[in-house]
Design a protein around this ligand. Structure first.
Ligand SMILES: Nc1ncnc2c1ncn2[C@@H]1O[C@H](COP(=O)(O)OP(=O)(O)OP(=O)(O)O)[C@@H](O)[C@H]1O
Ligand SMILES: [Mg+2]
Length: 238
């Protein structure tokens, strides 16, 4: 299973023509179990790219292929179905449903899979425990702090056992310890289930935790080689 992004360029319709495109000719591949940290200043296009990878925003140009399926060759309904089965997305703005409590929000993506309510609740409760919120399962989003809502959103993104996880600033509202726990959980899930993991963040605490790091600079994909790879390359040439 591979994610393949080829020559993606995006310009919002509302943008002034003299502005450069938000994303310019972005191409990269990620295979199962690979992790990538996406950095870039505010407004550099991280969320735009994640929305495109999630099948939520049709790029002006280019293709996104996941598990041999070209996302934008699908109809919108087929793409929604594909996303529910394949992709876990931790939105920057959470997008929890206000009328559902924490466990019901986490179990939401499972509603389409035909599992019983008991099974769905068990899975949701186990994920809430993983993010330290076992005691908040029946709280509605407005009864939770921002960081707690963020952790519910992380649990929800994992509930359908996705093949690709997109986490947009998943530690933004969290203290260092809760943030580290969330990243531990995402990286462990990635290792155990061979999931593709992309995290967008400008949290310096995360920088050393990813081998593959990319900066979005004025719409361009700038990939830096990690120090460990440089050391490996140097010893190979010694
Ligand atoms: N719906 C939209 N219509 C027009 N322009 C948009 C729209 N959404 C985002 N933009 C513009 O696209 C650029 C990239 O926005 P995006 O949200 O992808 O950045 P980001 O890197 O996620 O920023 P942040 O770190 O603040 O979350 C910004 O200049 C923004 O103004
Ligand atoms: Mg963003």
């Amino acid at each position: 299973m591979t994610l393949s992004v080829v020559d993606v360029t995006h310009r919002y319709a509302a943008m002034a023509l003299e502005l450069p495109a938000v994303l310019q000719n972005v191409s990269f591949d990620l295979t199962m179990g690979e992790q990538l940290l996406l950095r870039g200043i505010s407004g550099s296009g991280k969320t735009t790219l994640f929305n495109i990878l999630a099948g939520l925003l049709t790029p002006s140009h280019g293709t996104v292929t996941l598990a041999d399926q070209s996302l934008y060759a699908l109809s919108e309904a087929q793409r929604d179905h594909f996303r529910r089965n394949q992709i876990g997305y931790v939105f920057q703005t959470h997008h929890l449903l206000p009328i559902l409590n924490a466990w019901e929000n986490v179990a939401m993506p499972l509603a389409f899979g035909g599992e019983s309510t008991t099974t769905r609740k068990e899975r949701a409760m186990s994920l809430l425990a993983d993010v330290g919120l076992a005691d908040f399962a029946t709280h509605k989003p407005h009864q939770l702090s921002n960081g707690q809502r963020q952790r519910v959103a992380v649990a929800r993104a994992l509930s359908n056992q996705p093949h690709m996880i997109l986490a947009d600033e998943p530690t933004a509202s969290l203290d260092a310890e809760s943030g580290a726990n969330v990243i531990d959980l995402l990286q462990q899930t990635c290792r155990n289930a061979n999931t593709i993991l992309l995290v967008a963040s400008h949290d310096p605490l995360l920088f050393s935790r990813f081998v593959r790091t990319v900066d979005l600079e004025y719409g361009h994909w700038v990939e830096s080689t990690s120090q460990s790879e440089i050391t490996q390359a140097e010893s190979a040439h010694a």
